[in-house]
Design a protein around this ligand. Structure first.
Ligand code: NAI
Length: 253
């Protein structure tokens, strides 16, 4: 399928995990992909993989919580690749801690990347989307939005993403811009691997013990999320707006 031919897709946090899988999927859908992530080497590595696979891609080292950097990056994307048509706000971090141990820095860092980052990137991306009267924005929420022990910061941010998504859908819908969110459950990435390390349990054991709670009886893969994001960017989903699609291998709880 080439339904994103001649479109530019920006994926934040695209150097690895769900972001990398999404960049590859949107490239396969025909988009020219802008890979945003913190570290220049990681960005170049991810772009190299995409180009090797036949994609048009360019890398932009950028901290999405830094407004000046975001503004400069979107300018560079417009110059190098063209007007932005798709934005996937995927960059994310964890700073898990029980409330009584959570520092202000833990709180601010998570809010900064997930909420402020999504806001700054969406504000930049909408400019060319409004001009083109066409756009797709997909924000990464999480099943943690429903509440998760040790994640007061992250669950609040991911619930906030859902409200942000609905509001943007209302504001941008009249310009033919679809804004939706995906809320993954347990997806096998560096992020979940790091959580296992932090709690001192081998990752294989964490996966094994989670299986009985997941009706589909398997751990999600980055490609499972990328496929839903791709659908939300397709014409088949052109009448879907302001929704959060849970990608959790079962009903979210
Ligand atoms: P990951 O940790 O493997 O990848 C996240 C990427 O974001 C990294 O490459 C990182 O460098 C980048 N990043 C972090 N801060 C950044 C910043 N300030 N500016 C630009 N890039 C930044 O994480 P994963 O698992 O691929 O998660 C992707 C998204 O999906 C995140 O928003 C996460 O919260 C969400 N998610 C993940 C789940 C999972 O089970 N893995 C479940 C639910 C949601």
């Amino acid at each position: 399928m080439n339904f994103l031919a001649n479109k530019v897709a920006v994926v934040t946090g695209a150097a690895r995990g769900i972001g990398a899988a999404t960049a590859a999927r949107l490239a396969a859908d025909g988009a020219a992909v802008a890979v945003l992530d913190l570290n220049e080497g990681d960005v170049e590595g991810a772009v190299g993989e995409l180009v090797k696979g036949g994609a048009t891609a360019a890398g932009f080292p950028c901290d999405v919580s830094d407004s000046a950097a975001v503004e400069k990056t979107f300018e560079a994307i417009r110059t190098q690749l063209g007007p932005v048509g798709v934005l996937v706000n995927n960059a994310g971090v964890l700073r898990d801690n029980l409330l009584f141990k959570m520092s202000e820095d833990d709180w601010e860092t998570v809010m900064g990347v997930h909420l402020r980052g999504s806001f700054l990137c969406a504000r930049e991306a909408q400019k060319s989307m409004v001009d083109q009267r066409w756009g797709k924005i997909v924000n990464l929420s999480s099943s943690s939005a429903l509440g998760a022990r040790g994640q007061a910061n992250y669950s609040a941010a991911k619930a906030g993403i859902q409200a942000f998504t609905k509001t943007l859908a209302i504001e941008l819908g009249p310009f033919n811009i679809n804004v939706n969110a995906v809320a993954p459950g347990f997806i096998e990435t560096a992020m979940t691997r790091a959580t296992a390390e932090r709690i001192g349990v081998p990752f294989d054991e964490v996966k094994e013990s989670s299986l009985h709670e997941i009706p589909m009886r398997r751990i999600g893969q980055p490609e499972d999320v990328a496929a839903v994001i791709s659908f939300l960017c397709s014409d088949d989903a052109s009448y879907v707006a302001g929704q959060t699609v849970y990608v959790t291998g079962g009903p979210a709880s």
